[in-house]
Design a protein around this ligand. Structure first.
Ligand code: GUN
Ligand code: FE
Length: 427
């Protein structure tokens, strides 16, 4: 009974896409790292366990951000009046070139992790930079914080500024070093293979990374079909491939291991079919897609076709780490998509988006993002009493109001894998 305890409060989670499970003043029982079950009344067998009573507060799964760039946190809100390629050149690449400097990296990375914590993100899939030492540092900082993450050393060996252009072979050697050293160093912080995008990786590098992903059974993350200029560039580089996705596919980087592709704004039917077949996750990042004039991803269509989808901040293309803001942007994006498709692609409602921000993205981490039995217990305790509430609201409405009008100040407690997580240190 030692490691058994229960939280009491207003419990909301999404087991299925578009459907809340709601327990008013209910219990979630946790055993070690895992959820044992949710109950309206505490069953007799648990009558002796510790109960933490959160009274009228709301208890939800922690948010999962499946695509975010840690070094770009230093650029938050900058240069977002440009499109993707000019933005990369003017703002992103010069910033990322600084991460050979360990002191600077420590400063930005510890602040980044602290703020992820602040906004209630309990798991994230993160791009670092090409620099192996500061990438390792980012993994150390994450582990110390208690948050869960996949973290990738970025690979770039073509069409990049000099300071960010690796030699193909060294890029592979550095990547393999991290896989060996960090593959099982931490329980919830793991490496992920991270070719930046086709534009910045030569075929040998992509093939080598595909080989490493399989050899070490490590997942893959990259960018796909975000912007028209980018797609044209990929067409010029790979006239032999029928589309952008098939370039990754030829290189063994498209669903051979669990894979996330960020954006997918302009994917065609063939690419969608391939993503559905290979179960490639889409990291939907509407905040970024609005900022960089990229467009609106066909999320309803992707989901209908069976493509797994999670939500993502894509900081610094996105200007906030807040996943509640990303949910709101996703809702707005889907409303406009609905109008643009002559009311064919139905808007995504709040419960559908809440699912994507928790269990949808959480699926990339295993059993994460829900309070079903056997799921890792990642949770947020939300106090919505400061919000403008003048009348009786249902719990689903209270959650909706928090998502639309609340912020990090409403999040009072965070749990990851059964443990309460304190504010991470900032250096
Ligand atoms: N494509 C290649 N690199 C990047 C990046 O850093 N951010 C975004 N949004 N798209 C990319
Ligand atoms: Fe990105």
């Amino acid at each position: 009974m030692e490691n058994l305890y229960a939280l009491k409060g207003n419990i909301i989670f999404a087991k299925e896409f578009g459907k809340y499970e709601i327990l008013e003043k209910g219990y979630v029982v946790v055993e070690g790292k895992l959820v044992k079950g949710t109950f309206e009344e505490l069953p007799k067998e648990f009558s002796n366990i510790k109960v933490i009573d959160y009274e009228d507060k709301i208890i939800i799964p922690g948010f999962v951000d499946i695509h975010v760039h840690a070094p770009q946190y230093a650029n938050l809100g900058l240069g977002l009046d440009k499109e993707l390629m000019p933005w990369l050149e003017a703002y992103t690449f010069p910033e990322e070139a600084k991460y050979f400097d360990m002191d600077y990296s420590r400063k930005v990375y510890s602040s980044f992790v602290k703020d992820l914590w602040k906004f209630g993100t309990t798991r994230a899939c993160v791009f670092a930079t090409i620099h192996k030492n500061s990438t390792k540092l980012l993994m150390d900082i994450f582990d110390e914080s208690g948050l869960g993450a996949y973290i990738g050393k970025v690979n770039m060996d073509r069409n990049s500024p000099k300071e960010l252009t690796e030699k193909c072979e060294e890029s592979l050697i550095d990547t393999e070093e991290i896989l060996k050293e960090y593959g099982s160093k931490y329980e919830r912080v793991k490496p992920i293979i991270t070719p930046r995008f086709v534009v910045s990786c030569c075929p040998e590098l992509m093939k080598g990374l595909g080989y490493l992903a399989k050899k070490y059974n490590v997942p893959v993350q990259s960018h796909l079909s975000e912007n028209a200029g980018e797609i044209n560039f990929v067409k010029e580089l790979h006239p032999e491939c029928k589309n952008y996705a098939s370039v990754y596919d030829c290189m063994g980087l498209f669903g051979e291991v669990p894979t996330i592709m960020a954006h997918c704004v302009l994917v065609d039917e063939n690419e969608i079919e391939l993503m559905a077949r290979k179960k490639v996750f889409v990291a939907h990042s509407p905040t970024s897609n609005f900022n960089l004039s990229s467009g609106i991803a066909p999320v309803r269509r992707l989901i209908t076709r069976g493509v797994p989808v999670g939500l993502a901040s894509d900081v610094g293309g996105g200007h906030t780490l807040s996943m509640t803001k990303v949910i709101v942007n996703s809702a707005q994006a889907s409303n406009i998509k609905w109008v643009e498709t002559y009311r064919v692609d139905k808007p995504l409602n709040t419960s559908e988006l809440f699912y994507l921000a928790t269990k949808g993205g959480g699926a990339f981490f295993g059993k994460v993002g829900s309070f079903e039995e056997g799921y890792e217990f990642d949770a947020l305790v939300v106090d919505d009493s400061s919000l403008t509430i003048f009348k009786d609201l249902s719990l689903a409405e209270r959650l909706q109001k928090f998502i639309y009008t609340g912020d990090d100040r409403n999040i009072k407690v965070r749990y990851v894998a059964g443990k309460e997580i304190d504010e991470p240190k900032c250096y």
